[in-house]
Design a protein around this ligand. Structure first.
Ligand SMILES: NC(=O)c1ccc[n+]([C@@H]2O[C@H](COP(=O)([O-])OP(=O)(O)OC[C@H]3O[C@@H](n4cnc5c(N)ncnc54)[C@H](OP(=O)(O)O)[C@@H]3O)[C@@H](O)[C@H]2O)c1
Length: 328
């Protein structure tokens, strides 16, 4: 029987709860330790998910015996700091998206992973969903021909809570880094790094980007991408080729279905039911990497995180999205 992989979590907010709900459903996987700024939250969270160790300081998590890996679920602004802290303690890391605030920080994280010979991966969970694998297969099988255009969007109405991370510039708030990363990543995955980037943003009361619209140019294709906190958009992805198109329906980044529309043929829908939100797939990837002593994932390698952050930096520069202390 496979040895259980024992996970720790740093930062017990909304995503930590969803992630832990999926984690405890993965076979041979245990939530072993949690760390929070609040001892009550740590205790309640540990009790809810059956974790034997809990702490009111992030650093204390390294005292845990037999801990295999730490998942970082704090706001973007502290991803680099806590990832590097874990890596210096030789603790493998799965860190939430966006990996950090800019490329400089990502490069330091990669350096720390290499210097300490320790596993590091960005929690780009969409990469591991069966629908995304299916989409790639359909493209590789030439079912839609060469991709000509990608349309992808992500939008919801963010409640006006200026202190919370979504709208708070000090915590890396704004639509691009929070949700625009998904359409940008899809385009990067399917078409590679664009040759030209155009981007524009509108800004809300707290100064973060409320809407960011992006055009990527490739030698023979374009991508039209949008992210907004101002309205609930369809949050779908359409990949148009010469011979048809592929549709990832609403909330494409966590979709259970994908439909292929080949010219002059009936549409074909592929469904991948699951009883989780979908975080189990990235958890299984990390488990497999650790079991096989891999220092990074082949599917979401550090080079991909470097490209993704370069892309986000370039979009920010074109759209005028700036963070104090990060860009100055
Ligand atoms: N993959 C996904 O589907 C997905 C979905 C949502 C969010 N995310 C990512 O996950 C990260 C966290 O998002 P979230 O929605 O879970 O945020 P959240 O609800 O605000 O929780 C973040 C937690 O981080 C800790 N923290 C540490 N420093 C903090 C600070 N200065 N201000 C506020 N909290 C701080 C707090 O936990 P303690 O008090 O317990 O220490 C807090 O509860 C973000 O980077 C986001 O992009 C990913």
């Amino acid at each position: 029987m496979a040895k259980p992989i024992k996970w720790g979590i740093i930062g017990l907010g909304k995503i930590a709860d969803k992630f832990a709900t999926d984690l405890v459903k993965v076979t041979h996987t245990q939530l072993h330790a949690v760390a929070s700024s609040s001892i009550e939250r740590a205790k309640d969270f540990a009790q809810k998910f059956g974790a034997p160790y809990h702490y009111d300081s992030y650093e204390d998590i390294f005292k845990t015996p037999e801990l295999d890996v730490v998942y970082i679920a704090t706001p973007h602004s502290s991803h680099a700091e806590y990832s590097i802290l874990c890596l210096k303690n030789k603790m493998p890391v799965l860190c939430e998206k966006p990996f950090a605030m800019n490329l400089k920080q990502v490069e330091k994280m990669v350096e720390a992973a290499r210097e300490n010979d320790t596993f590091l991966m960005e929690a780009m969970w969409t990469r591991f969903l069966p629908v995304i694998q299916k989409t790639q297969e359909l493209i590789e099988e030439d079912r839609i021909g060469k991709i000509k255009t990608i349309h992808a969007d992500f939008g919801f109405v963010a409640p006006f809570t200026p202190e919370r991370r979504t709208l708070n510039p000090a915590l890396g708030g704004g639509a691009l880094l929070d949700i625009g990363i998904y359409p940008a990543y899809l385009s990067l995955l399917l078409l590679g790094y664009p040759t030209d980037i155009h981007a524009m943003s509108t800004f809300g009361k707290t100064g973060v980007d409320e809407t960011t619209s992006i055009v990527f140019k490739y030698p023979q294709a374009t991508a039209l991408l949008n992210a907004t906190f101002g309205s609930r958009t369809r949050t779908e992805a359409l990949i148009y080729g010469e011979k048809g198109y592929i549709h990832l329906p609403e909330r494409f980044h966590e979709s259970k279905t994908v439909t292929l529309y080949e010219t002059d043929k009936d549409p074909l829908t592929f469904t991948f039911e699951r009883e989780t939100r979908g975080y189990n797939f990235e958890i299984e990837e990390v488990n497999n990497c650790l079991r096989n002593n891999k220092k990074e994932s082949v599917k979401m390698p550090l080079s991909m995180s470097v490209k993704l952050m370069s892309l986000l930096d370039e979009i920010r520069q074109k759209a005028g999205i700036r963070y104090e202390g990060i860009d100055s």
